[in-house]
Design a protein. Sequence first.
Length: 153
Amino acid sequence: MTIFGIIGLIIISAAVWIRNERRQNIFFIAGGLFLLVYSLSIQSAIFSILQIVFVVSALIELAKLSGPRKEKTKEIGSLEQARQTIIQQKSDTKQKILKLFGQQNEIRNDDIEKLLGVSDSTATNYLEELEKEGKISQHGDTGRGVFYTKING
């Protein structure tokens, strides 16, 4: 019966290295059952009780893990909803910038910083996106002389 103890220890030791929690708990259960058989064969009441508690704990943990698929679906849904919100906010922000062209023919990075209350780099990113989308045109290469105009069409 010593072989059951050895196999149990090997299985539990291997489980420690497994990253997948479900698989890890299955290994813990299997190893615990092997050690339970061994502890019963040597008639150790304390060791047997410890193995029963260990196996039951692993079973409970495994049962808890059977629900996360629904949670992950909710989580993915929430992430998708957050992504859509960000896309909408970005679109709204770009519309604010385009509306500013209704008041001014030329817009500089500083104008966007003040309008939106954002950093220089964030303002630049918005202007570059609008330029890539073909909605505005950059005049000048770098520095304070750079301004943007709206492309009609």
